[in-house]
Write a protein that binds this ligand. Structure first.
Ligand SMILES: Nc1ncnc2c1ncn2[C@@H]1O[C@H](COP(=O)(O)OP(=O)(O)OP(=O)(O)O)[C@@H](O)[C@H]1O
Ligand SMILES: [Mg+2]
Length: 210
């Protein structure tokens, strides 16, 4: 899965959080670039702080709807490319990213409203990625709070959807929020980040197994 896109139709699902942490995980395995295709440029802002912290292990580039062109070049020059999209599947950047990637990860929050909307989101990603039939699409549950009633019904709700969800689920942890603010990834948070690192590593192993 050399090119992975983080996409969703909603803001705040965790695209940038997962993109930066996956970039750190992949950056430990090969030459990795994170393409910030979101005009909000959150990943780019994060990387400016990260660089000041000496966490410059991952290259972050800003791109617009010209990702297709960038994508081909970056695929040739890097082992792994991550693309962080704006919160709209129909945005030209998201469409171009979906056309350029091998795997589209769609973060989903385990809230009733998000779960109800997931079927629609999944179908929209599939429609947009159509024509590039080789793109795999997977939902990834983010901000899970275990031992809540909601967390128990998530599995059942996702099982009814056409688009499969990854088995790995990312928990709600303050370390994800803190490392975003501090310009770090969970890998740079020492003992505070240990459980999150294990979770991100598990996510990566599952991605590699697709
Ligand atoms: N697993 C998590 N645990 C705790 N906080 C999280 C987690 N994932 C994301 N967050 C927090 O939720 C907020 C939204 O996350 P993030 O910015 O990654 O979402 P996004 O999908 O990129 O949003 P946008 O669509 O606006 O770009 C951030 O404050 C982030 O720190
Ligand atoms: Mg974002």
């Amino acid at each position: 899965m050399p090119v992975v896109t983080l996409v969703s139709n909603k803001g705040g699902t965790g695209k940038t959080t997962l993109a930066t942490n996956l970039a750190a995980a992949l950056g430990r395995r090969g030459n990795t670039v994170l393409v910030d295709a979101d005009p909000q440029r959150s990943a780019l802002h994060w990387s400016n702080v990260a660089r000041a912290n000496g966490e410059d292990f991952v290259e972050v580039l800003a791109a617009g709807a010209d990702i297709a062109r960038h994508g081909r070049r970056l695929r040739a020059s890097h082992d792994f490319v991550l693309i962080d999209c704006p919160p709209a599947i129909d945005a030209p950047q998201s469409r171009a990213a979906l056309a350029a990637c091998d795997l589209a990860l769609v973060p989903v929050l385990p809230s009733p409203v998000d779960l109800w909307a997931t079927s629609h989101i999944a179908a929209a990603v599939r429609r947009t990625a159509r024509g590039t039939a080789s793109v795999k699409i997977r939902l990834i549950v983010n901000q899970l709070e275990p031992r809540t009633t909601l967390s128990r019904v998530v599995g059942g709700a996702l099982a009814e959807l056409e688009v499969p969800a990854l088995e790995t689920r990312i928990r709600r942890r303050s370390v994800y929020r803190n490392c975003m603010l501090e310009g770090r990834t969970v890998y740079g948070m020492g003992a505070r980040g240990r459980s999150a690192v294990a979770e991100i590593e598990q996510l990566l192993t599952e991605i590699f197994s697709l």
